[in-house]
Design a protein around this ligand. Sequence first.
Ligand code: ADP
Ligand code: MG
Length: 204
Amino acid sequence: MLDADFFRRWLTAAAARVDREADRLTELDSAIGDADHGTNMQRGFTAVIAVLEKEAPQTPGAVLTLAGRQLISTVGGASGPLYGTLLRRTGKALGDDAEVTPGQLADALRTGVAAVAQLGGARAGDKTMLDALEPAVEALGDSTDSFAAARDAAEAGALATVPLQARKGRASYLGERSIGHQDPGATSSALLIAALADAAEVAG
Ligand code: ADP
Ligand code: MG
């Protein structure tokens, strides 16, 4: 079972990965965007960790909805509302239970990813974060063992954005010139999913 502490560990691991990879995310965004994705994500996740410490939410759903709200209010770029929606809607789908199963988390994340697709009007193949998130949630199952498969699927999805032409977001303004670069948001999504596997490993 996954409790509020597990979800705190997930977001803490995500913040650590974002810190480590911030320069790379910004570099990717400088090729097909405006060179702010690493700093956007760093600002957002630093604020998430701070608010979780301050308010100490007690259920998985409360941890994720609080984190999502914080991302929306601290990240100016397109990715803030999108990631904020992902966490808020996933948290809402988890409800008020003190502990949830990996299968419940998988279902809730599918709801969250669908909300991201609806908000941004994108789908898989558009060279966005959905190219990592959709394969990741498809790989999630009833056990924490599936977190590693989700991590690998997200990583593969992010790599597969390289030959795609962007159809949504700032990179789409480049048309064919967006081809040949890895999408920054798909790359950060792979970090968030990898952090899920990090948190499960610590849990044993
Ligand atoms: P901005 O584009 O406003 O500078 P960021 O640089 O923080 O915001 O985030 C860019 C990332 O956001 C892109 O690489 C892409 O993955 C994601 N993104 C942008 N628009 C959309 C959308 N409509 N749907 C899904 N993801 C999107
Ligand atoms: Mg940007």
